[in-house]
Design a protein around this ligand. Sequence first.
Ligand code: KG4
Ligand code: ZN
Length: 339
Amino acid sequence: MLLLGIETSCDDTATAVVENGRRVRASVSTNQDAFHAKYGGIVPEIASRQHVALLSAAVEDALDRAGTTLADIDGIAVTRGPGLIGSLVVGVAAAKALAFAIGKPLYGVNHLHGHIFAAFLDRDDVPQYPFLALLVSGGHSQLVEVESATRMRIIGRTKDDAAGEAYDKTARLLGLGFPGGPALDKLAKSGNAQAIAFPRHRADPGSLDMSFSGLKTAVRYYLESDEGACADRSDVAASFQAAVVDVLMQRLDAAFERKAYTSVVLSGGVAANSALQGALREWGLRNGVPAFVPPPKYCTDNAAMIAAAADHQGEAVRVDAMTLSADPNLPFELSMGSR
Ligand code: KG4
Ligand code: ZN
């Protein structure tokens, strides 16, 4: 099955052509960073307008690069939520029109499920169910028990900031501009992760929840202190990063103490982080658990993961091309009511 994927939930205008939910024939992402950078964050109105301006060309580009045409596409997969409403509606409207025009099925995908299925892209071995997904993005940080392509539930989540949000806010404190995560990752490479003992959030007994806002505040207080004022910024970045990774790996340990999953999947934009990727691979080797860490291009928002999710979830996410609507607060769990 050859699916055309469309993802416009935030600020990336992304399209892709994916075969059988695994092989990426083309993945195109038009980054809008240049339009948002001067505001220090994503401006929803600008994101939405840029999607309108870029999406048609992005669809054509993906088809061209895949060496195919709409006539050979078996269906359209689109992100229906969660995300920015003004951004989501652009992708949803385009997908509905395309599916209607070519008379092929339309699949409405949850963006977060997409991140999980990024682990199935362009590789020979795939995660076996039930697996545990550590989903860390700009808006979410959660541990997900994935029993099958359509049965998944959140077993731990952040109580405040998402990991990506903490990265972005800390990067701003360090004067790193926007988007902050990749810049902080780079700066941390030359720093000493043991230089500053930032706090690690401890979960309540029996809980897998996490918190990152205290860490971000600790970095702010440190930078305002006499010691912090003359500290090496790369040491601050590396020490902050070590604290984030420690908290995430601790929750992973705790989840596996409860249940022996067959594998672990790292997903979401923060999964592109080099320290986290390294820690998860190492954790997998140490514990004899296969660890699936997608390449950075499939960790951050992309449309190949949306097409992959649609392929795996099939009829459960098939929607009507005339009536599908975007849902900025789409619930995580699939239910028949979500169609
Ligand atoms: O999944 P994503 O592309 O968009 C959302 O759905 O939120 O995630 C974006 C987040 C941003 O907070 C960005 O700073 C973070 O992922 N990020 C990183 C890295 N690359 C992207 N954080 C840390 N290290 C990275 N290399
Ligand atoms: Zn995302």
